[in-house]
Design a protein around this ligand. Sequence first.
Ligand code: FES
Length: 233
Amino acid sequence: MKHGTGIIKEVFLDGSAQIDCTTDLIPAPGQYLLAHAPASDSPIADSVFFSRSTANGFIAAAPLPVFWMPGISLSLRGPLGHKFVIPLTAHKVALVAFDDSPARLHGLISLALEQKSEVVVLCDSKTSGLPEVVEIQPLQAMLEILEWADYAAIDVARENLNQLLEKLGGWDQPKARCEAQVLIRAQMPCGALAECGACAVTIHHQWRMVCKDGPVFELNELLFKSSRECGSF
Ligand code: FES
């Protein structure tokens, strides 16, 4: 984990932003940085997820603070947390944006294509900038695509985790032989530094911190818990 400085080079209409920084600060897909604009009034750092590479840094996925403008300097800490890992044997990759755009999953597309995998993106939001070889399907097709895939990366907000697990209730993951990982999005103001608990979820009756134990979890670890166990402060 590093500390450093980033510069916002451009802010895009969809709310994403280009951040220039040294390569050792760039998070892998699924990981995050804590970013704080020293010039702002906010005492809290924001978590920033990788979307795409650029020549001098990366595109950070929306949403980002509305006051972030080109030229603003950021104090960065990271990369933090567990990243997505596509198994080398995976040739059919499903990227599931359960309740938002697929921006945080975008970085996996080039990794999957490098290992000659087919890629399907599932989402109900508008998509742009996806390579032509990538197939786009509505979320309604999720169970069907998970039967096809041998690896799935899923992006979901903590408050929608129960809903995701309920929808996956009818899916026999071991039979389908699909490895799956879930990025749980939650507010992560301290990134495990102060153990503030703001990002807690319960898994197997145990509190887990999204900032430290995640934000990417194995799906089979989550499927064992009952939906009522999933809580937050
Ligand atoms: S963000 Fe503080 S413990 Fe996770």
